[in-house]
Design a protein around this ligand. Structure first.
Ligand SMILES: Cc1ncc(COP(=O)(O)O)c(C=O)c1O
Length: 287
């Protein structure tokens, strides 16, 4: 499936354009210098889950990379609903993206304009049904989540994903589904597009997102664990501690709640707490 060659409509700088016409010039600043931020959102039964929070994070991501954001959260919300309706989609994935244009090309980019596009398409599940039941597999990456003063780790900005793509390629080359990224200290960080949780003796643990994205799904899962009276601690997790876990799962807008069946050579069961929270999440997003 070539993403440039599909039927549909894309919201593009305030206009609704044909999918195949949503193009940018090769001298676009965002393409050369990664001056670009994006979001990944899902709509269930016509309602975008955490729409406002995603719009706010989108603006925050742009602010963090010093890129002016010309739209308010309310305007972004309106544009998202508009493009979903134009495409007649009620259950879909949305991809808002903002980037510096081709008005100037060089490291300094004061004269560039921030452009915005929002695409949406049907995307049932990030991982296959079989992977969902057995759990996916992760291979520990040689790439690390960087120190917060080395990269803009709280921004969902394009540049951070270069190491994520390389990590995922390396994992896939060895037959794994995704990769586990440690942080600059060697502690457990996240997967390439999702946050990680472990369960040991009935207690959930998840790392503090001090050098990687604090996912909205992660925040939702913490709330769901509280609501279900399952003890949860946000703390540092070493790879050795992760090996001893009873259950491991990932969270993300695309991944939703996905059980992990294997990390490197260690296997995990798709256990009762993962199933309970996965069910709770699936009910919540459709509520
Ligand atoms: C690197 C990374 N971590 C975590 C997440 C999970 O974030 P969220 O739950 O907000 O989708 C994502 C997905 O956006 C991601 O790309």
């Amino acid at each position: 499936m070539d993403f440039s060659d599909r039927d549909g409509l894309i919201w593009f700088d305030g206009e609704i354009v044909e999918w195949r016409e949503a193009k940018v010039h090769v001298l676009t600043h965002g393409l050369h210098y990664a001056s670009s931020v994006f979001e990944g959102e899902r709509t269930y039964n016509g309602k975008i889950f955490k729409m406002q929070e995603h719009s706010e994070r989108f603006i925050h991501s742009a602010n963090l990379i010093d890129m002016p954001m010309p739209m308010s959260a309310e305007e972004l919300n309106k544009a998202k609903m508009e493009i979903l309706e134009a495409n007649k989609l009620t259950d879909a994935y949305l991809r808002p993206v903002a980037w510096r244009g081709s008005e100037e090309l060089g490291i300094s980019a004061q004269k560039t304009k921030t452009h915005i596009a929002i695409a949406c398409w049907e995307w049932p599940s990030y991982f296959t049904e079989e992977a969902r039941e057995k759990g996916i597999s992760l291979k520990t990456s040689k790439w690390r989540a960087p120190m917060p003063d080395t990269a803009v780790t709280a921004s969902k900005t394009a540049g951070l994903y270069a190491t994520h793509t390389m990590s995922k390629h390396a994992a896939e080359a060895e037959g794994y589904t995704d990769s586990l990224m440690l942080d600059y200290r060697g502690l457990v960080a996240e997967a390439t597009g999702a946050n990680i949780f472990m369960i040991k003796d009935g207690k959930i643990k998840t790392p503090d997102p001090d050098c990687f994205l604090n996912g909205l799904t992660r925040q939702t899962l913490i709330q769901l664990a509280n609501d279900n009276n399952i003890p949860l601690e946000v703390c540092q997790i070493t790879p050795e501690e992760l090996k001893e876990a009873d259950e491991v799962f990932l969270t993300g807008t695309a991944a939703e709640v996905t059980a992990v069946g294997k990390i490197d050579d260690t296997s995990y069961a798709v256990g009762p707490i993962t199933r309970q929270l996965r069910d709770a999440y699936e009910s919540l997003v459709r509520a």
